[in-house]
Ligand binder design. Structure first.
Ligand code: 3H9
Length: 703
């Protein structure tokens, strides 16, 4: 046999081990080797049953994602036909599943008549995360095994479920006692099947998958869920495939599934989501830092500041089982912070996501203190105090005196100069910025801000610890606002300016949400607090802009005490969670436009799109050129995970490539001329954008 498959014949059993590390992706070569091995076992009279397993333990993470969009994707033998062939083998096939069976990996297991898994196994049909639907029988064979409703929930959530749940649903027949016993128990299972002359495949449990469901089940499901899908294509295709499973015989259903899969594979959305998948993996790699660099030991963590941010940060580490010292200056603030954390966990208990015992275990890992001396043995200290340079520098001077040598000293700032903070201590190599996003215990993004003196092992250690607490870390250099907030500046600037020129906040937000962004600029500012953005801008005036006229609207609202949702008024009026347009804001914009001599007109939606998005994209390209961002794909991750940019558009850089860089540049040049002095000041194409277009390139990279 070839290197990708280990084939072994023992006492009437053919053991076929897939050996295509790291995840047994079902590439063309593995498919060919697999079908070859199965045919050999089918043809061998000595073989009475076949066991399929992962040679290194892990069963399979599905189709090879790198093949999608290329000819290799359906090059022979393709996955759907390979699996059909497996179902035709007249001997029992047993999938012995270790660790993972995802996407096509689970479909492979479903093509086997019988399934046994090790206890920690996770299974799922995760194609939806790639803008796809299962394309190798998952939408047809799974409903016949567990029913249409459970299948729909599994596919649309993309969730990975554990072995116990999979067994309960009927996906698994057995769970082995341990990882070590998986193969032995699979052998025993095979022998039992042989002894009782079991058929190659048991009869389908649900020959008519929708039999138990009301006739209008799928129609109602569609009506209920479609608004949540916004413009996403894949969920709609999943529903069509399930419809086929309910109405058509298996063979016709499989053909329909394949057509729908190919439609999804060719879509821009799937291309964008595949880009995001690889972007996340790429972001972990830091040029110049070897993968095997010795990391600093991080066992004890300290967080300074028990406010919303500090508390949320502390929860991340506690959730990962790490002890955390939480420091405050005053007892009352500390008590309030600890109570809030308990309350947050209490909500998880109420929702059934945690037991009260688990709540207590987590609280036991938290140690509140008012004394800096208690941070002496911390391996990692994260300050989350008020966003003010002097205050943060003072905290670092305290840390310098107390913390042990080699401790990583991190600042959670959203915009301040990490190098200026590092300069306040004599060990700047230990200092790093960790920009958590609010709520810090929920948001996945973590901007890791590397200062000019930050040591490579501190960067690598921080990346490792971020993964351990379930965050998506993205490296940024030092500049005002780092990657995310610096790009927010020109994007929000255009939104404000457009309102001065005649658009309304609701019109601007409407254009952005029509693009599937979670929120428009003004809803976002109202949610975050107009006071917060005002204070951030106020403490950084020197670093921002020469002409601040576009900020006047926000400043006037701040002066009026209209801080957004929390005061019931901001750019909008709020009644509870309901948002209404406010004519006073429009009147204010009219007055300011008069004062600033900005002429007002009616504004087309396309102009709103182009001005906001092109300025966002332009700033991202500039950040790449300056080396603040390491890769265009890192910028995409920041905006998808921190600012609600739709993943199915791939992030702002990928979106720019899909629009065409030439078009983006032409748009910026157009507004440079069309908007008078304002246009000349702000619509300046990033030099890298100009170089890329001049070189005929449509991929954003540093040249
Ligand atoms: C599908 O199956 C379609 C079918 O229904 C129909 C077809 C007709 N392919 O994430 P990691 C690479 S769609 C190719 O760092 P972890 C990954 O890029 C597929 N490569 O490790 C990385 O490479 P590198 C449905 C893959 O432990 C390396 O493996 N399946 C694939 O954090 C290690 O990965 C999915 O959606 C793949 N399928 O997480 C599962 N999977 O080292 C997608 C991984 O060069 N995969 N790689 O950067 C995952 O969710 C995670 O990778 C997994 C491991 C949980 C498996």
């Amino acid at each position: 046999m070839c290197d990708l498959i280990h084939y072994c014949l023992e006492d009437g059993l053919a053991l076929i081990g897939m050996a295509h590390p790291p995840v047994n992706a079902l590439s063309q070569s593995l498919r060919a080797a697999l079908i070859g091995a199965c045919e050999r076992a089918a043809a061998d009279d000595k073989v009475q049953a076949i066991i399929l397993y992962g040679e290194q333990g892990l069963f399979s993470a599905g189709a090879d994602i790198t093949e999608f969009g290329t000819d290799a994707s359906f090059s022979r033998p393709d996955l759907p036909n390979t699996l059909v062939r497996l179902t035709e083998i007249h001997k029992p096939l047993i999938a012995a599943i270790g660790k993972l069976a995802l996407g096509g990996g689970l479909e492979l297991a479903l093509a086997c008549g019988y399934r046994i898994a090790e206890p920690g196994t996770r299974v799922g049909l995760s194609e939806i995360n790639l803008g796809l639907l299962p394309g190798a029988g998952g939408t047809q064979r799974l409903p016949r095994l567990i029913g249409a409703e459970s299948t729909l929930n599994l596919i649309l959530s993309g969730e990975q479920i554990d072995a116990v749940r999979a067994r309960r649903l009927g996906i698994l027949d057995r769970i082995a006692a341990s990882t070590e016993q998986l193969l032995d128990e699979a052998r025993a299972y095979a022998n039992e099947l042989i002894d009782c002359c079991a058929p190659a495949r048991p009869a389908d449990a649900w020959p008519k998958p929708a039999e138990d469901l009301p006739d209008d089940f799928l129609a109602r499901y569609r009506a209920e869920h479609e608004p949540l899908w916004k413009s996403r294509l894949a969920p709609r295709l999943v529903l069509s495939a399930l419809e086929a499973a309910c109405l058509l015989p298996l063979e016709e259903g499989l053909a329909r599934e394949l057509t729908l899969f190919k439609h999804a594979e060719a879509s821009r959305q799937s291309k964008a989501l595949r880009h995001v998948f690889f972007a996340e993996r790429e972001a972990r790699k830091i040029p110049g830092i070897e993968a095997d660099i010795t990391l600093r030991k991080i066992e004890k963590v300290a967080v300074i500041g028990a406010g919303t941010m500090g508390g949320g940060i502390a929860m991340n580490f506690v959730n990962a089982g790490m002890p955390v010292a939480l420091l405050e200056l005053e007892g009352q603030a500390l008590d309030r912070g600890l109570m809030q954390i308990r309350k947050n966990y209490g909500i998880s208990v109420k929702r059934g996501k945690m037991t009260t015992d688990e709540l207590e275990q987590r609280m036991d890992l938290l140690f509140g203190t008012l004394d800096y001396e208690d941070l002496a043995d911390a391996d990692l200290v994260i300050e989350a105090v008020f966003e003010n340079l002097e205050v943060k520098q003072q905290v670092f001077r305290n840390l310098e005196k107390i913390c042990k040598p080699g401790a990583v000293l991190a600042t959670n700032t959203s915009s301040l100069d990490v190098d200026a903070i590092a300069a306040s201590v004599s060990r700047p190599q230990d200092v790093i910025g960790l920009h958590f996003f609010s709520p810090a215990n929920v948001m996945r993004l973590l901007e890791v801000v590397r200062g000019k003196d930050t040591a490579p092992d501190v960067v690598a250690t921080t990346m490792m610890i971020a993964k351990r607490i379930g965050k998506l870390p993205v490296i940024s250099g030092v500049c005002f606002g780092f990657i995310g907030n610096r790009m927010l500046e020109p994007y929000a600037r255009e939104a404000h300016r457009l309102v001065l020129e005649g658009a309304t906040p609701a019109q601007v937000d409407g254009v952005l949400t029509a693009l599937d962004l979670n929120m428009g600029v003004f809803s976002m500012l109202d949610l975050a607090g107009i006071d917060v953005s005002f204070l951030m801008r106020d403490s950084n005036r020197a670093a921002i802009a020469h002409d601040e006229s576009y900020c006047r609207l926000g400043e006037e609202l701040y002066a009026l005490g209209r801080y957004g949702q929390k005061t019931g008024r901001g750019f909008y009026l709020y009644e509870g969670r309901d948002r209404k347009e406010d004519y006073e804001v429009v009147a204010l914009a009219e007055r300011l436009a008069g004062e600033l001599r900005v002429s007002r007109r009616s504004i087309e939606d396309q102009e709103i799109h182009d001005r906001c998005l092109f300025m966002l994209i332009n700033e991202g390209i500039q950040l790449l050129d300056e080396g603040i961002a390491l890769r265009a794909s890192d910028i995409d991750l920041v905006w998808i995970n921190g600012y609600g940019f739709p993943a199915h558009l791939g992030g702002p850089m990928h979106y720019a490539e899909q629009l065409g860089l030439e078009k983006v540049l032409a748009g910026i040049q157009h507004y440079h001329h069309a908007l008078g002095d304002y246009g000349e000041m702000w619509f300046q194409p990033a030099p890298l954008l100009e170089r890329l277009v001049a070189a005929g390139k449509n991929r954003i990279e540093k040249i």
